[in-house]
Write a protein that binds this ligand. Structure first.
Ligand code: ADP
Ligand code: GLC
Length: 492
């Protein structure tokens, strides 16, 4: 990039402030990486009740900011905090965000006013930049929640002296969540019935936030090249394939980076013992501690397979559920499972330690420290995803020398190299078929390699640990699509 850009990020979750999944990791780390490359950033997100004022050092920025929506003006407050040199602004509007949950209540019921909450966030992010006279070159929005901002730029703010030149980039982290609602919320968005058509916000008579965003954004991307290809097809496009194919070259895939200051075994402050590729003694200790924590047989020789996941259909844990008992009954192997979500899977995986004591450990819930322990102390990490836009845990696993066992879909296929039995090459074990049998066989393959070809495992661990998925690389790729978005906007 030949000059520094001004970039406005608007996102519904940003780590470390609020997180349900990888979107937050990206919205937290990418701005920092871009700032380090000389760009000027501002990030806007909601102030959920769970965003702790003291813990994150929030301070009041503005007591009141008026935000026009289609049905009238709403007044909110604005707080701010510093995040590794990037200013993050929090939209304070109790009626919408003053709840502990981000998208749903504790019983996983989606909040019924989500289209209002995130329509408002989309507009408020732009309003804040405008009132601060922060004239962005790029407005970078994420998923359906903030997709409407791309449309506001081409409608309300078309001739705006501050926002009028901004080009928009929409990053899609998951095609399955599109924000589809009854059309009664559409007037609130204020985007005009002329944009409620099949080429933009309308979807079988309902409002589709993501679809509108795809139509209006100057560039659209998703988080891996393979998932970009897959979503251009009916099977994984969830109805968006025609829209995405219409974008032609303006829809691309960029692999996420990972934050190695958080997820690297030499620097990780959450794990019992640090380690490096040259000195793996710490990893042995981490494995022992993990086995003890989960009351598994404490043996350095039995391979441990880790799971850290949302329990959602996407993650393919139903396949693992159908295979895991056959695996532990026929192979000398242990599992440690961390996750939450689907109540059926929660009770199934939660009940396994009692039925397979010493061989399966599990923790039902969300726990970052245990996630780190599992990455560090396991020998293998399994992700049998049905689809996976990028996936971060397999990339963390590589860095910890914990070899991924993955279904070859989306970002999993792009980041893991298949084991080559002839040479000991590769960084993990991949399978294609979405069946319990394929999970069983591939785990069997990994476990037999562990016992029979330990020198191959050692070689793969070395290769895995030295892979580079730093944000620096992804930030360069984002600069390229920012330039293309600006060129696309300038042509209009
Ligand atoms: P997704 O965003 O689809 O859930 P990713 O692999 O991109 O998948 O990101 C998952 C992120 O959430 C990782 O940072 C992972 O460590 C974290 N995570 C998921 N479930 C849990 C859990 N139960 N406890 C702790 N961290 C979790
Ligand atoms: C989504 C996807 C995941 C991806 C993350 C960050 O949550 O499910 O694969 O890594 O977004 O882009």
């Amino acid at each position: 990039m030949d000059r520094p850009l001004r970039i406005l990020f608007i996102a519904s979750e940003v780590a470390p402030f609020a997180k349900t999944g990888g979107l937050a990791d990206v919205a937290g780390a990418l701005p920092v990486a871009l700032r380090e490359r000389g760009h000027e950033l501002m990030v806007v997100m909601p102030r959920y009740a769970s965003v702790n004022y003291q813990k994150f050092g929030l301070r009041r920025f503005w007591d009141s900011m008026g935000v026009w929506m289609g049905t009238g003006q709403l007044w909110c407050g604005v707080n701010m905090a510093d995040h590794q040199g990037v200013p993050v602004y929090f939209i304070d509007y109790n009626e919408y965000f003053g709840r502990d949950g981000i998208y749903h209540d504790a019983a996983y019921n989606d909040y019924l006013d989500n289209p209002y909450r995130f329509g408002f966030l989309s507009r408020a992010g732009l309003q804040l930049a405008r009132d601060m006279e922060f004239a962005p070159d790029i407005v970078h929005v994420h998923d359906w929640q903030t997709a409407p901002a791309a449309a506001y730029l081409k409608t309300w703010h078309w001739a705006d002296p501050i926002l009028g030149k901004a080009a928009s980039v929409l990053t899609i982290h998951n095609m399955a969540y599109q924000g589809v609602y009854d059309s009664s919320c559409y007037p609130f968005l204020g985007l005009g019935w002329n944009n409620f058509n099949a080429g933009a916000f309308e979807d079988h008579g309902r409002v589709n936030f993501l679809k509108g965003g795809i139509a209006f954004a100057d560039m659209v991307n998703t988080v891996s090249p393979t998932y970009a290809k897959e979503t251009r097809t009916a099977e994984l496009g969830y109805g968006m394939a025609p829209m995405l194919n219409n974008k032609g070259d303006d829809y691309v895939g960029i692999i996420n980076g990972v934050d190695y200051s958080d997820w690297s075994p030499d620097a990780d402050r959450l794990i019992p013992a640090p380690f490096t590729p040259d000195s793996l003694a710490g990893k042995a200790l981490d494995k022992h501690t993990l086995q003890r924590r989960f009351m598994l047989e404490e043996s350095p020789d039995i391979p441990v397979i880790g799971v850290v996941s949302r329990f959602a259909d996407q993650k393919g844990l139903g396949l693992l559920a159908q295979a895991i008992e056959g695996i532990v009954n026929s192979m000398r192997v242990q599992f440690v499972i961390l996750g939450s979500g689907d109540p059926g899977l929660e009770s199934y995986f939660g009940g396994l330690p009692a039925r397979y004591p010493g061989r399966i450990g599990s923790y039902i819930g969300y726990n970052n420290e245990i996630a780190h322990w599992i990455e560090a102390g396991s020998d293998f990490f399994i992700m049998p995803s049905i689809y996976e836009p990028c996936g971060l845990n397999q990339i963390y696993s590589l860095r910890y020398g914990t070899l991924p066992i993955v279904r070859a879909t989306g970002g999993l296929d792009d980041t893991v190299e298949q084991y080559d039995e002839a040479t000991g090459g590769g960084t993990g074990f991949k399978f294609w078929s979405a069946t319990p049998g394929a999970v069983y066989n591939t785990v069997g393959w990994a476990v037999s390699t562990y016992y029979d070809r330990p020198q191959h495992i050692a070689q793969m661990m070395q290769r895995a640990m030295t892979q580079d998925f730093s944000w620096e690389r992804s930030a360069v790729a984002y600069e390229e699509i920012y330039a293309r978005a600006m060129a696309n906007k300038a042509r209009l």
